[in-house]
Design a protein around this ligand. Structure first.
Ligand code: HEM
Length: 179
């Protein structure tokens, strides 16, 4: 599902030939991409690395763009209903996201979903801690959170916080409502 999405997004944004070139460069010229097969993470990371190279784009920027687009992709595609039942505003959606990813594990065994700790500090400030078995996806997650704010027309900025030395999360974000 993730690789299918990357292919779709890059083809839309940069054209189908660019995507073909990226698959070629990553060493997967004939990757049969569908929504349910679980591919090793290495393939996804190879595709992202090749995309940065072919498109001459910094990895953080590309990951952020992909995160943002993931929201509209899942909200419009086969996951419309799941998206709708998860929440009707940014905060309630984030509070239900762990449950939603867990429910997906039933359909997609082998999934290693992330975990989010969500805390409303004030009416305008939400602290989000992101835990994961994967590394290097903080920019992707920041893009996701921005995409989710846009989706719910929630005027907010998403700030990546400095990680503390002993923090066991991958990244922490402050989502601050804009006045
Ligand atoms: C209906 C909407 C969504 C669906 C169907 C969905 C599904 C998935 C799937 C299939 C994966 C791959 C997991 C794996 O391969 O192990 C994933 C990963 C992830 N999802 Fe979601 N997701 C949705 C919305 C969101 C939203 C709105 C966020 C916002 C923060 C989010 C955060 C993440 C993150 C950060 C990962 C990266 C995985 C990691 O750190 O290991 N997802 N999601």
């Amino acid at each position: 599902m993730v690789n299918k999405f990357i292919g779709r997004t890059i083809s839309q944004e940069y054209g189908e030939p660019a995507w073909q070139q990226i698959c070629q460069q990553a060493g997967y010229p004939d990757l049969p991409i569908d929504a349910v097969t679980n591919y090793p993470d290495a393939i996804t990371f190879d595709l992202v690395a090749a995309a940065c190279c072919v498109l001459q784009a910094p990895q953080n920027e590309l990951l952020q763009l992909l995160g943002q687009r993931w929201v509209s992709f899942t909200a419009q595609e086969d996951y419309t209903e799941l998206f709708a039942v998860t929440g009707s505003d940014f905060y309630s959606f984030m509070c239900q996201l762990n449950k939603m990813h867990a429910s997906l594990q039933l359909q997609m065994p082998g999934l290693k979903p992330p975990f989010f700790h969500v805390e409303k500090l004030t009416e305008q400030c939400i602290l989000i801690e992101y835990y994961s078995e994967r590394h290097g996806l903080a920019a992707f997650t920041q893009g996701l959170l921005q995409g989710l704010c846009e989706y719910f027309s929630y005027p907010a900025q998403v700030r990546l916080l400095e990680s503390g030395e002993n923090s066991d999360y991958e990244a922490a974000f402050m989502v601050e409502e804009l006045a």
